[in-house]
Design a protein around this ligand. Structure first.
Ligand code: MRU
Length: 356
């Protein structure tokens, strides 16, 4: 169905028979269409195939996906409920490996379920699971606005800013992380000019970020990823802000492939490079970025991007979907609690603490 709303996703109906409706991001910018997810496999496929993508949005979709997966439980039997919950959460956890928000949201739902009274019947448990997924969704809206407020203070009217991939409303409940900074700057009267990396191979920058900025009337110029150095050398950019998929305890940050090279370029041109990410994107169990799992995606995304063959048959392909930017290249990490700067293990711990 064609829609006029840009809400990334929403729940429709009650816990027992309702479903998840999400914008199918693979169809943008040509069509703004929604996809109904009525069973576990459809949610899993939507995450895997990037119909819903971006770290916070993946977490929210997975939380609703648990509710959908639990709808097959027919009785009040506690062991049936518990074993299905383990099965559903374990399955959703296999959809994508890098964005820690997926695991954060599934853990949160599991912990919530573990607190259920033994006397609760199935219907009460289902309602409670949906309530927790909705809270995760609502909290993300607030978090994104707070990130925007802190980030907008770092930018001045008239600045050129470069971003990579899509860390916008589509990647979150709404408003985004990096793009929330631009939207909030606009709200307070700062006019920015955003340079948008197209973001090979799946073009989240060209398809999604350029679209979102256009929707809000923010000046934007689309560039190929390989043009970033030239744009910086010409003095068009005085800050870089991207999102993140997982931030380690020392501030090393995984984000869309190509982010690391932009951070290196920013350092070479003495331009501050910022990450905008919620506390739910921090993984304090990892001391640094070395052990962040990097998703490997199919060769066809490179050899047959968007259906057209652009490389010879059987060519060897390497397609990591993310890279890790070392903390020393990051001027600051903009969170909903404030800006971590300089980016050190101590400062990450102070800002993010035990609650991540
Ligand atoms: O593969 P994707 O499109 O899910 O990658 C998304 C990104 O790398 C985003 O920059 C990141 O998740 C931050 S979203 C606020």
């Amino acid at each position: 169905m064609t829609t006029s709303t840009t809400e990334t996703m929403r729940w429709q109906g009650d816990a027992n028979s309702g479903h998840l409706v999400l914008i199918d991001q693979t169809q943008l910018p040509v069509q703004l269409v929604e996809k109904d997810c009525r069973d576990l496999e459809t949610v899993w496929e939507a995450i895997k195939m990037l119909r819903v993508r971006g770290a916070p949005a993946i977490g929210i979709a997975a939380a609703y996906g648990v509710v959908i997966g639990m709808q097959t439980v027919a009785s009040d039997d506690k062991s049936e409920f518990d074993s299905r919950l383990a099965e559903v959460t374990d399955h959703l956890a296999t959809s994508r490996p890098t964005a820690v928000n997926l695991f954060w949201a599934l853990d949160r739902i599991r912990k919530h379920a573990a607190s259920f009274d033994d006397g609760m019947d199935r219907n009460a448990k289902m309602a409670a699971l949906l309530a927790e997924a909705s809270v995760i969704h609502e909290e993300d809206r607030e978090v994104c606005h707070a990130i925007g407020r802190y980030g907008a203070e770092l930018l001045a009217d008239g600045q050129g800013v470069l971003t990579h991939c899509n860390a916008g409303g589509l990647a979150t409940a709404e408003y985004g992380t990096a793009l929330s900074v631009f939207f909030t700057a606009q709200d307070v009267g700062k006019n920015l000019h955003i340079f948008v990396d197209e973001t090979r191979p799946l073009l989240q920058g060209a398809r999604l970020t350029a679209w979102e900025l256009g929707q809000r009337g923010i000046q934007a110029t689309l560039i190929c990823d390989s043009m970033a150095a030239q744009v910086m050398k010409e003095g068009r950019v005085s800050a870089v802000i991207t999102g993140a998929d997982r931030v380690a305890a020392n501030g090393d940050s995984a984000n869309k492939i190509g982010t690391y090279s932009i951070a290196v370029l920013a350092r070479a041109h003495e331009i501050p490079f910022y990450i905008a990410a919620p506390v739910s994107t921090f993984d304090l169990s990892l001391a640094d970025g070395v052990n962040i799992p990097i998703e490997q995606r199919s060769a066809e995304e490179i050899t047959h991007g968007f259906g057209r063959q652009t490389a010879p048959d059987n060519v060897d392909v390497y397609n990591p979907a993310f890279d890790v930017t070392p903390a020393e290249l990051i001027a600051g990490i903009i969170t909903e609690r404030g800006v971590i700067s300089p980016v050190t293990t101590e400062n990450v711990a102070k800002m993010v603490g035990q609650s991540a």
